[in-house]
Design a protein around this ligand. Structure first.
Ligand SMILES: Nc1ncnc2c1ncn2[C@@H]1O[C@H](COP(=O)(O)OP(=O)(O)OP(=O)(O)O)[C@@H](O)[C@H]1O
Ligand SMILES: [Mg+2]
Length: 414
């Protein structure tokens, strides 16, 4: 089959435990065909943030090259996922007057309103990642989804604005660019995962998505069809693994192995006498521990993670109004018993989000750990018609030419 290179989209999700590059193309039937996958262990990223540039560059390059080999395509541009506790969000309203004679709202008015919402005081060391229009108000009438073509005197837009620490964002961009790949969009991981697993009805009803990865828990709360609150918590599955390693005095690799093979998030549901064999180097590491004891450690940390998610739901002001419940993605969503524990703590329906409507190499990326990667492709396809906005390298600030009074004074100096 010949590749139509103009239709291809690429996503790079550089996480704490794995870096994953995906190449895909939209199908006629609305599905997404995955034609290249490159997943490599991540090094150099902690809690979603680059802490070792060289290691991160190497991991990203390895993952890009792997995906290129499988797809038979040289990757030039990619949509890149972003996480890390430096990310913060707020809601902002922009207002403009429609002063033309016919008072018909045109796209330019909508753009002006979004620009007005964006014009909030953001410190120099922060970079705007998203300005997402949530809805419009025309002459006091709210609930307007698309105001273009309506008549009015006053247009207001409600937006959700996501910002990140400029240095952290640019470190990630530079690591991708080092691999000869231009970053044409940056997308918050939680929003990318939402694209892959949430339905429009869930977003309309009110839903919270939590991508519980290795080092971060990325949260996005949707109401009335749009993002209302987003945040990144610096806790994830690697904390569960570390707790097991410390609690049962095992190597980290052994702790990871038994967590995945035998762990259960609700300890009381596990038989007290059930044994778990530890497989490690040396005779002293070949021990048997109780599965109940293992699950108690897992439950404790999982409860903490759900407690933090509940805290964010309350902080967002939408406690009790999320009928579609919680959708879990990220590798930790595969932990046995996690949905059971989640619904007990949150008192909400909880499900695991698997990327939907995939073709091609779909078996490789059908797990919740690939939701963010797949979501980057869905996001790219949805935003492809919007004008390209390459994310530029962080360059040193240009020296300002002297102007005004200084220029005048210099003209008198011989
Ligand atoms: N079956 C399983 N049971 C329990 N935990 C699992 C399972 N499979 C994967 N995990 C955990 O999922 C985590 C990795 O998830 P994921 O691949 O989503 O992380 P990441 O995207 O690299 O990290 P982050 O998004 O936090 O930067 C690891 O902590 C791993 O132990
Ligand atoms: Mg992740």
């Amino acid at each position: 089959m010949r590749l139509d290179k103009d239709r291809l989209v690429v996503g790079i999700d550089a996480g704490t435990t794995k870096v994953c590059t995906l190449v895909g193309e939209p199908c006629e039937n609305g599905n997404l065909r995955i034609i290249g996958v490159g997943a490599c262990p991540s090094r150099g990223i902690r809690r979603g943030v680059v802490v070792n540039v060289e290691e991160t560059e190497k991991a990203i390059l390895a993952s890009v090259e792997k995906a290129e080999r499988i797809a038979g395509y040289k990757i030039q541009h990619a949509c890149v996922g972003l996480a890390g506790p430096h990310v913060s969000s707020m809601n902002s309203r922009g207002v403009v007057a429609i002063s033309r004679g016919d008072h018909e709202i045109i796209q330019e008015d909508v753009d002006r309103a979004v620009e007005a919402a964006r014009a909030i005081a953001i410190p120099n060391n922060r970079q705007v990642i998203h300005v997402i229009p949530r809805g419009y108000i025309v002459d006091g009438q709210d609930g307007v989804k698309d105001p273009v073509g309506m008549l009015g005197f006053r247009l207001e837009v409600e937006t959700h604005i996501v910002t990140g620490a400029a240095a952290s964002v640019q470190n990630l961009v530079r690591c991708v660019q080092k691999g000869d790949v231009e970053v044409n969009d940056l997308v918050l991981d939680a929003l990318a995962s939402s694209e892959a697993v949430l339905t429009e009805e869930e977003k309309e009803m009110g839903v919270v998505l939590a991508d519980v990865g290795g080092g971060t828990t990325d949260i996005a709360i949707f109401m009335d069809g749009a993002a209302w609150h987003t945040t990144v918590l610096p806790v994830g599955g690697s904390h569960i693994t570390n707790d097991i390693a410390v609690g049962l005095r095992t190597a980290t690799a052994t702790a990871e192995d038994i967590k995945i093979r035998c762990g259960y998030a609700v300890a009381a549901a596990v038989d007290e006498a059930e044994p778990v064999e530890l497989v490690g180097f040396g005779r002293e590491n070949q021990r048997v521990v109780s599965r109940r004891a293992l699950s108690e450690i897992i439950e404790l940390r999982s409860r903490e993670i759900f407690g933090l998610i509940l805290g964010e739901i309350k902080r967002s002001g939408y406690d009790g109004l999320l009928p579609a419940g919680l959708v879990l993605t990220g590798g930790t969503a595969e932990l046995s018993g996690i949905t059971e524990l989640g619904s007990e703590i949150l008192q909400l329906p909880v499900r695991v989000g698997y990327p939907r409507s995939l073709e091609g190499l779909s078996d490789v990326v059908s797990g919740p750990a690939y939701a963010a990667g797949v979501g980057l492709l869905v996001w790219s396809i949805a935003n492809r018609d919007s004008p390209a906005k390459p994310v530029k390298k962080a360059r040193p600030p240009r020296k300002k030419k002297p102007g005004g009074l200084l220029k005048l004074l210099r003209s008198f100096v011989p």
